[in-house]
Design a protein around this ligand. Structure first.
Ligand SMILES: C[S@@+](CC[C@H](N)C(=O)[O-])C[C@H]1O[C@@H](n2cnc3c(N)ncnc32)[C@H](O)[C@@H]1O
Length: 401
């Protein structure tokens, strides 16, 4: 049994732990921005192919004392590198470190790791070389409280690079975060889903792939583990075939996206086409303020823009209009609103049943899960909607449909 560390974004640790448990991982333990677990090579193949909320899968090699640069050098050098890297092979080193006095910056950890590996394998003129793109091995050294550990990155390009997103507008949501938000929102194939500010369509595509059980890395041809000497191509093919045989090709509840901008709809359409989901996702060019719920119940998911050029007051007032529209045109639904603009979220004037802090590429955001009860006691808005908010020319389901 091998030990693995799978990295994710802050706030998605438990979702990732659940995914790993479902894949058969053992001793699953959520840690900060990651999950530790145990399993076989097969688990590692499945994790890379199927995880929706994982960023990278590291395989554990060794633990050692790292209380000084020399201790780290000898600790790395103790590992049997001959068994996994040819003397003239290529490798790349990354590192993270914290709470260790001698590590003023991670460069020293990276350099010491590189020297230890090269010195261990060097014979005369022959030595392994550094290569950034597609090396034989990607080594990651981690130093914490003077303790070191060394890992192999089995992934390569991070797992949010799904391969379907050809075009994006400003501020697209990360694919891994989008998948995590859908899980936290308890989205399932049986629930209609609407993203009325869909941008390049990330939520729509991730939702359809989840509903149909399409492996998250369906399009990807290369993972770093394929360069390892123990790569078992037959086992990998079996894992891939089995994952494809679990794809659900039956009916799923409607998935509908709309956006005010024609360019967004064009990009979303291209991305949806690229992922082969054109028959599963409906797209409309529409203003959120002129549409209403197309069914009695469902999940609305949205990541409204926050233009920093706007004043906080104008931004908050705009979010107030969103809250107003949600209350009047989406009752019976659950709204899931993600934003880094906290004043905006409070200006919705709707009471969430849960607020979940998340991280969008270094920007702290919150997901608010808001049940929109008809005639809810949570309704705090006084005014009625303007009479012109629903127009006849909208392309999506208006109140007049
Ligand atoms: C932050 S982006 C959403 C990004 C999207 N989640 C993605 O992954 O690409 C916000 C989107 O809201 C759209 N938008 C702004 N105001 C709108 C409105 N009144 N109705 C519909 N869409 C609107 C913008 O055109 C933009 O595409």
């Amino acid at each position: 049994m091998e030990k693995y560390l799978i990295k994710t974004f802050t706030g998605l640790e438990q979702v990732l732990a659940n995914e790993l448990t479902a894949l058969g991982a053992e001793n699953v333990k959520a840690v900060s921005r990651g999950v530790l677990c145990e399993g076989s090579d097969r688990l590692m193949y499945r994790a890379n192919l199927e995880l929706r909320t994982g960023l990278r899968v590291y395989k554990h090699l060794a633990d050692f004392d790292a209380s000084s640069p020399d201790a780290l050098y000898y600790g790395i050098g103790d590992f049997d590198w001959e068994s996994i890297l040819p003397r003239n092979g290529t490798f790349w080193v990354t590192s993270t470190a914290n709470r260790t006095e001698w590590v003023l910056n991670t460069m020293i950890v990276t350099l010491k790791t590189k020297d230890a590996i090269v010195d261990k394998l060097r014979v005369g003129e022959t030595r392994p070389n550094i290569e950034r793109d597609r090396p034989d091995l990607r080594v990651h050294t981690y130093v914490h409280d003077g303790q070191g550990s060394v890992w192999l990155d089995s992934t390569g390009d991070p797992l949010f690079k799904r391969g379907y997103r050809l075009r994006t507008l400003e501020a697209p949501i990360n694919e891994v975060l989008a998948a995590g938000i859908l899980s936290i929102a308890e989205y399932s194939a049986a629930t209609p889903l609407v993203d009325p500010m869909c941008g390049s369509g990330t939520f729509l595509i991730e939702a359809a792939r989840m509903a149909m059980n399409i492996p998250s890395q369906n399009e990807r041809q290369f993972f770093a583990f394929m360069n390892w000497p123990d790569f078992d191509a037959k086992r990998w093919q079996v894992v891939r075939q089995q994952a494809l045989s679990r794809v659900h090709r039956g009916q799923i509840a409607p998935i509908i996206g709309s956006d005010l901008e024609r360019r967004a709809i064009r990009y979303a359409d291209r991305n949806i086409h690229q992922s082969g989901l054109s028959k599963r996702i409906e797209l409309h060019e529409a203003d959120f303020f002129k549409v209403s719920a197309p069914f009695e119940k469902g999940k609305l998911i949205m990541n409204p823009p926050y233009d920093e050029r706007l004043s906080i007051e104008r931004g908050a007032a705009w979010y107030g209009d969103i809250g107003h529209a949600l209350k009047h045109y989406w009752s019976g639904w659950e709204a899931n609103v993600v934003s880094g603009f906290m004043d905006g979220l409070y200006s919705l004037k709707l009471t969430p049943k849960r607020k979940i802090p998340l991280d969008n590429g270094g920007i702290p955001v919150e997901l608010w899960r808001i049940p929109l009860y008809a005639g809810s006691k949570f309704d705090t808005l006084q005014s009625e909607p303007d009479s012109d908010v629903v127009t006849e020319d909208n392309t999506f389901h208006s109140e007049e449909d």
